[in-house]
Design a binder for this molecule. Structure first.
Ligand code: URA
Ligand code: SF4
Length: 219
């Protein structure tokens, strides 16, 4: 059974959790990645952005959303009127999962499995509890499932304020603690999916408009 729980500190704030997460071996993903990419940003953020897992650049630098997808996300945040300096950025899974092409050194991102997502969820739950944001933005299907359970569908559920309540968060049938909390979740597209799209204009506008929904929840 993969599970990060034994590696979580019993007490302490974000800094203590970040230090402890550096030594997490709760699932096999720690083996091949350079290190844990814990969340970063304002510890009192009103908005928390949750991605899937660190990418190649994030793995090299140890910070979330510092690569191309992060660049697109930060631009969209500005256009939606959200201040990136007052946000907290993290991922559902905190180690980079990849395959190496048979020739060359290029590392190609692989989506995390449900077991890895579930194993890593205690870190996300702790970040939610400690940062206690008013709005959580789930970027893509993995983040949506980590926060709202396996029945989450990004195309169906995006762009609306979903209460971050017990009945909407995973728990039943899914091992590990449910990320509880107050406030709302808004789901949207993952910025990396927008970068892969042939025509980025429409999905990018969708990301901005979903982020505006999140901005609107900050009374
Ligand atoms: N994609 C993610 O989901 N998270 C990152 O930190 C970077 C790219
Ligand atoms: Fe621990 Fe998450 Fe890394 Fe797995 S992916 S080793 S659970 S921090």
């Amino acid at each position: 059974q993969y599970d990060a729980t034994p590696y979580l500190p019993r007490r302490g704030g974000l800094a203590a959790h970040r230090r402890a997460a550096a030594d997490c071996q709760g699932c096999p993903l720690f083996r091949d990645a350079s290190g844990t990419v814990f969340g970063a940003g304002s510890p009192s953020a009103r908005v928390m952005l949750v991605g899937e897992q660190p990418g190649d650049q994030e793995d090299r630098r140890g910070e979330p959303f510092v690569g191309p997808a992060g660049g697109l996300l930060r631009k969209a945040l500005r256009e939606a009127g959200l201040d990136e300096d007052q946000a907290y950025f993290t991922n559902a899974v905190k180690h980079f999962k990849f395959t190496t092409a048979t020739r060359g050194k290029r590392r190609i991102h692989k989506p995390p499995s449900l077991r890895e997502m579930t194993a890593c969820r205690p870190w996300l739950a702790a970040e939610l509890r400690l940062v206690d944001p008013e709005v959580v933005v789930a970027l893509g299907a993995t983040a949506g499932k980590a926060l709202l359970g396996p029945s989450f569908r990004v195309t169906r559920d995006r762009g609306t304020l979903i209460p971050l309540a017990e009945e909407n968060t995973p728990g039943e049938g899914t091992p590990g603690p449910a990320p509880g909390g107050r406030g709302f979740i808004v789901a949207t597209l993952h910025p990396a999916a927008i970068l892969r799209a042939e025509d980025r204009e429409k999905p990018y506008a969708g990301l901005v408009s979903d982020l505006q929904v999140a901005a609107g929840a900050l009374a």
